[in-house]
Each structure stands twice: as structure tokens, then as C-alpha cells.
Design a protein around this ligand. Structure first.
Ligand code: COA
Length: 337
């Protein structure tokens, strides 16, 4: 059956799963590493603790656990999955991709695979691509994962960034439906001109490791995330706000019709500014940044999974997802559950 004028296919969220590693890095732990304080971190970011994966645990190890939970929740077998899309900027290997490694580990033998390098907006990009495949009638079941081991690209000497990031994975199963629910609208945008507001200078083809090592090795944590925090902050508030209004309008809805917002958990002050701009009450915005920090592409599916499992989000709810990250990249999606 193809997607004819009479049959509107949409991508429905039929399952979700997430995983965070057991080890916790608290603000008190960070006070012992850099010149900071629990009070500064809490008031400036809203973060109290973040989970950090052990040396032995890779990104795909976390993605496997989140994906197993999502498949069980969706009542899918690994062979049912037709496409695996992984948002990540911290892959296990430069080659093969995380989605290929994950496909193998999970036995998702009938799936095509792709990795998306859109940083913290990676999951939203993956979900948007998945819904386009499903709406076009080409595929019926797609697994979208956001996973990051940010601790491997965090400079624990830089107090401006190391307080923010944590490790996690989130996975969402999207299935074709014709019942009127599913992804109603998505919007993606980037501004590559601002790429160096949030970047990793060393390790790519512009500055390959062998050359760096010949020239004395990595200096000043340049193989880790560098960020112009306050510039990124301003862009995040502006662009996620615009994207939110766009998908609400494209969905034929009004802001008052949004039942729950699941924003990227980057900074509580960014989330609060967005909430005020959209004129939404606190109870309509899902926040778990205090416990997990910024987990980049895992952030939205981790929060979504938590909100589904604790029934903050229910069947029929209109859920607005928002993300913003390095690139710069950003996006929004309105999903009827
Ligand atoms: N502890 C104590 N002081 C700190 C600190 C820390 N961990 N980090 C920075 N400071 C200091 C700075 O050195 C500066 O001191 P100065 O005024 O003496 O120079 C002061 O605090 C203010 O720094 P600033 O960077 O302007 O703070 P900020 O209010 O912008 O907060 C971030 C910094 C990183 C928390 C904030 O900019 C942010 O969250 N940005 C966006 C993050 C983000 O979304 N990133 C990823 C995109 S997904």
C-alpha cells in the first residue's frame, strides 16, 4: 500500500527506552576538580549531578541497553526494525558507524543504518528523517537513538564546560500509523557560520592526530569541546523559540494546545526563557537536567522516555520537542502521542 491522498501515514511513537551509567559525578565532586561551587553550578545551570560511563562502557553499550528497552516497550523483535538512525558525535569508532555497530549487537538484520552528526540536535534530526521515510510510505518501523559518551570529549580542566555534560542513551521506536497520531510537523535548521562557537579543534582531517602527535601532542584540551557559552546560550533561546512557534503553526495548533514540552536539557535558564517566550506554565515543561546534565543527542529521548514511563506524558498528548546544538544545529517537532 502506498501513501495515497486518501491515506495519511504518520510516524507514531510506539516505544521508548533509555539508559544512564551508574556512576554519578556531583557538583561537590566537581568542586574538588575545578574552581567552582555547587551554588554557582546550581543557579547558573540547574544541574546537580550527571552520570559518567566507566572506561569499559562505550556509547554503543549504552545504546544497546536503551534500544532493548525501546524494542520491548514497542513489542518489536530486532528483525522488525527497517532503519536504525543514531544521533551521536561520540561514536565508538570513526568507522564503522555507531548505527552499524548497534545493528550488529542487536541483531537488527533487516535494517538500513545511518549516523547523524548534529550534536545535541541529533535525535530531533533522526526523528524528522524517520518520520519523512514513514510518511512517504517507504518504511514502517524505524528505531531512532541519541547516544553520547560526552565524558570522552570533555576537558575536566575547563570549568566553563566540564560542569555541564553527562553520558546517556535514549531510543524511540517509530511506527507507521493512520490513526491521526504521530509526528505532526518537524523543522530543522542550521547556521554553519557559527560552527566555532561550539567545536572540537583537533582530531579531524584539518588537524589529524598523527600530525598533532608529531608536533608535541594535544595542547589545552583541544581534542575536547570548546564553547563560547554565553553566545551559544543566546542563540539557543532565540532559535529554539522560533522553531517551536513554527512547528506549532505548521501543525495547525496553538501554543495552548501543547500538553507537554520536552526541551533539550542544556541549561535551566535556557528552558525557563523558552517557557516564558511560549507563555507556558512550569508543569507543561519536562525538566530532568538536575539529575543528568546535558547529555547532547541523548537528552530529548532520555527525558521523553522518563516522561512516558512516569505517565507525565499520556496517549493523545501533543508533545513539543526542542533541541539545539553544535553546528550550530537546531530543530523542533510536534508529536501527538
Ligand atoms: N564555576 C564558577 N564560575 C564560573 C564557572 C564555573 N563552573 N564557569 C564560568 N564561570 C565564571 C566565568 O569565568 C565568568 O567569570 P568572570 O565574570 O570573572 O569572567 C563568570 O562565571 C560568567 O561566565 P559566563 O560564561 O558569562 O557565564 P554564563 O552565565 O554564560 O554561564 C554557561 C556559562 C556555560 C553555564 C552558559 O553560558 C550556558 O549554559 N551556555 C549554553 C550551554 C549550551 O547550551 N551548550 C550546548 C548547546 S547544546
Amino acid at each position: 500500500m502506498s501513501n495515497s491522498n486518501t491515506t495519511k501515514y504518520r510516524a507514531k511513537i510506539v516505544g521508548s527506552g533509555s539508559y544512564v551509567p551508574p556512576d554519578i559525578l556531583t557538583n561537590a565532586d566537581l568542586e574538588a576538580i575545578v574552581d567552582t561551587s555547587d551554588e554557582w553550578i546550581t543557579t547558573r545551570t540547574g544541574i546537580k549531578e550527571r552520570h559518567i560511563a566507566s572506561r569499559e562502557m562505550s556509547g554503543v553499550d549504552m545504546a544497546v541497553k536503551a534500544s532493548e528497552a525501546a524494542l520491548e516497550n514497542a513489542n518489536w523483535k530486532p528483525e522488525d526494525v527497517e532503519m536504525v538512525i543514531v544521533g551521536t558525535v561520540t561514536p565508538d569508532y570513526r568507522l564503522p558507524s555507531n548505527s552499524c555497530v548497534l545493528q550488529d549487537r542487536m541483531g537488527m538484520v533487516n535494517a538500513g543504518t545511518m549516523d547523524i552528526a548534529a550534536a545535541c540536535a541529533g535525535y530531533i534530526h533522526g526523528q524528522s528523517i524517520a518520520s519523512a521515510y514513514i510518511e512517504s510510505g517507504q518504511l514502517e518501523r524505524i528505531l531512532v537513538i541519541g547516544v553520547e559518551k560526552l565524558s570522552t570529549i570533555t576537558n575536566y580542566k575547563d570549568r566553563g564546560t566540564c560542569i555541564l555534560f553527562g553520558d546517556a542513551a535514549g531510543a524511540v521506536a517509530l511506527e507507521r500509523t493512520t490513526d491521526g497520531s504521530g509526528v505532526l510537523s518537524s523543522f530543522l535548521k542550521s547556521d554553519g557560520r557559527l560552527g566555532k562557537l561550539l567545536w572540537i579543534p583537533v582530531g579531524g582531517t584539518q588537524s589529524p592526530y598523527p600530525e598533532v602527535m608529531r608536533n608535541g601532542g594535544v595542547q589545552n584540551g583541544e581534542d575536547c569541546l570548546h564553547m563560547a557559552g554565553s553566545e551559544v546560550f543566546k542563540q539557543a533561546v532565540r532559535q529554539m523559540g522560533d522553531a517551536a512557534l513554527k512547528v506549532i503553526e505548521r501543525s495547525g495548533l496553538e501554543t495552548k494546545d501543547v500538553d507537554m514540552v520536552v526541551p533539550h536539557q542544556a541549561n535551566i535558564r535556557i528552558i525557563d526563557a523558552l517557557r516564558k517566550r511560549l507563555d507556558l506554565p512550569e508543569e507543561k515543561v519536562y525538566v530532568n537536567i538536575d539529575r543528568f546534565g546535558n547529555t547532547s543527542s541523548a537528552s530529548v529521548p532520555l527525558a521523553l522516555d522518563e516522561a512516558l514511563r512516569n505517565k507525565t506524558i499520556k496517549e493523545g498528548d501533543n508533545v513539543l520537542m526542542l533541541a539545539f546544538g553544535g553546528g550550530l544545529t537546531w530543530g523542533a517537532s510536534l508529536v501527538r502521542m
